[in-house]
Every structure is written in structure tokens, then in C-alpha cells.
Design a protein around this ligand. Structure first.
Ligand SMILES: [Zn+2]
Length: 100
């Protein structure tokens, strides 16, 4: 009986050693690439959420109607006061900073 246990143990050990070798030699790069893919998808998820919010905020800002004494610069797309209007060309307004 005792020898049977030893044989089983040695067999298990060998198979464990073999699977360990297989993991270290063949499967380790695969596991690494899988991990990096997971990290990338996680990073994408993290970047997507704030990015989407920022885009939505920019759209909302552009939808806000400008006041009568304001204009939207056609070059930098910033809403500026009329006093900063430097040039109007082809129906588009340009601020001092962009025209200068
Ligand atoms: Zn401008």
C-alpha cells in the first residue's frame, strides 16, 4: 500500500512539474498577453467614461445661445465679447487673438 501511495505521489509530482514547465515555457507569454489585453480594456473603460462626459459638456456649451454683444470666433470657436472682435470675413468672425 505504502509503495502505491509513493508511486501515485511521484506521478502527481511529475505531472505537476510538467504542467509547471508547460506554464512557464509555453503558457506564460499567453497568460501575459491576456493580462495586458485585460489591462488595456480596463484602461479603455476608464478613459471612455470621462471622455464621453467631456464631449457632452462641450456640446452643451456650444448649444448655449450667445448674447447679442457676443460672437463666436470662427478660428478658436470661443464665445467672446464684441469688443474682442477683430475681423469679419465671409460672414465669420475672428477674435483679436486669432486675427492678430
Ligand atoms: Zn479666436
Amino acid at each position: 500500500m505504502a509503495t502505491d501511495y509513493d508511486e501515485v505521489r511521484s506521478d502527481v509530482r511529475e505531472s505537476q512539474d510538467r504542467s509547471l514547465e508547460a506554464l512557464q515555457s509555453a503558457n506564460a507569454p499567453d497568460a501575459r498577453s491576456v493580462v495586458s489585453e485585460l489591462d488595456e480594456s480596463d484602461a479603455l473603460d476608464d478613459a471612455m467614461t470621462p471622455g464621453g462626459e467631456i464631449v457632452a459638456e462641450e456640446l452643451i456649451v456650444q448649444v448655449i445661445p450667445q448674447a447679442a454683444d457676443e460672437f463666436t470666433c470662427y478660428s478658436c470657436f470661443l464665445v467672446r465679447h464684441r469688443s474682442q472682435l477683430a475681423r469679419e470675413k465671409d460672414g465669420h468672425s475672428y477674435c483679436i487673438e486669432c486675427a492678430g
